[in-house]
Design a protein around this ligand. Structure first.
Ligand code: T4K
Length: 411
C-alpha cells in the first residue's frame, strides 16, 4: 500500500511484487499430457516432417478456424514469408503500421515494400478508406492485422481487394479463437496466419499456422514450407524449411487442451481490470466489440496524458519499478522504426496517437485476481498523484547529451 509518492519503487520505495508479473508468461497446460505426447514422438522416432502430433494439431486448428486447410509452421513470421513467396507477391504490399514489427519485416525481407496504412481510431485495425488511397499500379496485396484479436473490417477489405485484383492475407497472430460476428477468424481473405509463440494464448514454444479454404493455395504453401517437395525426391519449385517440429506439436496440443479455461481466466481478468480502473481520468481500458469473440489475451490500457496528468512512459516506469513488467504493444509503430522511418517517412495520425498511449497489462494463467487488484491499486495511485509523480519523474531523468554539454561546458 503506497501512502505517498516516495513509497513508489520508482522513487526508492519497496517494490509491490517480489516476483516480476509478466504479460507473456506462457500457458503450458498439463505437463503429464505434454510428457506423454513427447514420449510418443520419441518412441515412434518421427520428430518432424509430417509426424502424428503436428497432423493432429493441424486438424484441431483447422476445426477451430473453420477452414479446410491448416499448415503448421515454425513461427508466424516464417508463415508470412512463405505466403509472400508462394503467392509471388512483389512491389508494394499495404499493411497497418500498428502491428508487431514482424508483419513489416516479413514483407520487406521477401523483397517487397511495405506501404503503411493508418488505423480506425476506435479499434486500432487497418482503415479500409486509407488503404484504398494507397493503391498504386505496383500494389500486389493487402495484409490486414487482427490487432489484439479484433477482426479487421473484413467485408470492406474483401471488396477493395476484389475490385483491384489484389491478394488479401490476414496476419491473425493474435486471432486464434476469435471471430468476426459468428464466423471464426481463419477463413477470411486468401489465407490467414496464426502465431503460437510462447507468449500467445496457444503456445507451441515457437510456432504458427497458415489456414485457408483455397485448395490450390494450400498445396503450394504446403510444398513451399517443406523445401518445395511434392513427393519424396520430387521438387515442384522453390521452397524453404518452415516446418513445425513434433515437440512444438506436443506443446501446441497440450496448450489447446486448456484453451477454453485460459480464455475464461483471461476474460475474468479483463473484466476485473476494466471494473477496477473505471472512472480514472485519462485512462481507458480498450473495449472489445461484443459482436465479435475475443480471446482476451491482451488487456490494453490507453493513457491520454492531457487528462491523466502523466505520460504513458511515466506510468510504465512506475509499473516496471514495482515489478509489473507491462509492455507497449505496439509502440513505436512500425513506420516509426528502422529501416522504414528513414527510407519512407510517413505521418499516420491515428496510429501515432494510439502508439503513444498503449500499455499492455499482465494477463494469462499466471496472473491472479489478487495480482490484478494490486496492479490496479498502483495505477489508481499513480493517476491520483499524477502531477507530483510526473514532476519527480522529470527531475530524475538523465540529462540529455545537449544538456550535459551546456551545463559542463565544452572541453
Ligand atoms: N504478427 C503479429 C501481429 C505479432 O504480434 C507477431 C508476434 C507476429 C506477427 C510474429 O509471430 P511469431 O513469428 O513470433 O510467431 C512477443 C512475441 O515474441 C511475438 O511472438 C509476439 N507477436 C509479440 C507481440 O510479443 P516480444 O519481443 O515482446 O517478446 P519477448 O520475448 O520479449 O516476450 C514478452 C514477454 O513475455 C516478456 O516480458 C517475458 C514473457 N515471456 C516470453 C517468453 C518468450 C515469458 O514469460 N516466457 C517466454 O518463454 O515479442
Amino acid at each position: 500500500m503506497k501512502r505517498g509518492v516516495d513509497d513508489l519503487a520508482l522513487f526508492g520505495g519497496h517494490a509491490e511484487f517480489d516476483q516480476t508479473l509478466l504479460v507473456g508468461r506462457p500457458s503450458t497446460g498439463d505437463r503429464t499430457k505434454l510428457y506423454e505426447r513427447l514420449d510418443r514422438a520419441l518412441d515412434n522416432g518421427r520428430l518432424t516432417g509430417g509426424g502424428m502430433l503436428v497432423r493432429e494439431f493441424e486438424d484441431r486448428i483447422a476445426h477451430m478456424a473453420g477452414t479446410r486447410h491448416c499448415i503448421a509452421v515454425c513461427n508466424a513470421t516464417a508463415a508470412l514469408e512463405v505466403i509472400i513467396r508462394a503467392q509471388n507477391l512483389h512491389g508494394e504490399i499495404i499493411i497497418p503500421s500498428m502491428t508487431f514489427i514482424a508483419t513489416a519485416h516479413a514483407v520487406r525481407y521477401m523483397g517487397a515494400t511495405p506501404v503503411f496504412a493508418d488505423i480506425d481510431p476506435v479499434t486500432g485495425t487497418i482503415d479500409p478508406d486509407h488503404v484504398e488511397t494507397l493503391i498504386t499500379p505496383h500494389t500486389t496485396a493487402i495484409i490486414g492485422v487482427h490487432l489484439w484479436g479484433q477482426p479487421c473490417d473484413v467485408d470492406r477489405l474483401a471488396d477493395i481487394a476484389h475490385r483491384h485484383n489484389l491478394t488479401l492475407v490476414y496476419d491473425a497472430a493474435h486471432g486464434i479463437g476469435c471471430s468476426h460476428g459468428p464466423t471464426p477468424i481463419g477463413g477470411f481473405g486468401h489465407a490467414e496466419v496464426f502465431s503460437f509463440n510462447a507468449t500467445k494464448v496457444v503456445n507451441s514454444f515457437e510456432g504458427g499456422a497458415i489456414v485457408t479454404n483455397d485448395d490450390d493455395f494450400a498445396l503450394r504453401v504446403r510444398q513451399a514450407h517443406n523445401f518445395g517437395f511434392i513427393a519424396p525426391g520430387l521438387i515442384g519449385g522453390l521452397g524453404t524449411n518452415a516446418k513445425m517440429s513434433e515437440a512444438s506439436g506436443a506443446m501446441g496440443l497440450t496448450s489447446l487442451d486448456v484453451f477454453d479455461e485460459v480464455v475464461a481466466h483471461n476474460k475474468a481478468g479483463y473484466d476485473l481490470y476494466r471494473d477496477l480502473l473505471a472512472g480514472l481520468p485519462g485512462l481507458t481500458v480498450h473495449a472489445y466489440d461484443p459482436r465479435h469473440r475475443n480471446n482476451f489475451q491482451y488487456v490494453v490500457v490507453k493513457v491520454d496524458q492531457d487528462h491523466a496528468g502523466l505520460h504513458r512512459d511515466v506510468l510504465l516506469d512506475v509499473l516496471r519499478a514495482e515489478n509489473v513488467y507491462a509492455l507497449m504493444y505496439f509502440s513505436p509503430a512500425c513506420h516509426q522504426l528502422e529501416p522504414y522511418r528513414s527510407e519512407h517517412p510517413v505521418t499516420l495520425p491515428h496510429t501515432e496517437r494510439l502508439a503513444e498511449q498503449v500499455i499492455a497489462l499482465p494477463t494469462g494463467p499466471a496472473t491472479t485476481s489478487s495480482d490484478i487488484h494490486r496492479v490496479c491499486e498502483i495505477v489508481r495511485f499513480a493517476i491520483e498523484h499524477s502531477a507530483e509523480i510526473a514532476a519527480q519523474w522529470q527531475d530524475n531523468q538523465p540529462e540529455t547529451a545537449e544538456q550535459l554539454v551546456s551545463s559542463h561546458g565544452e572541453a
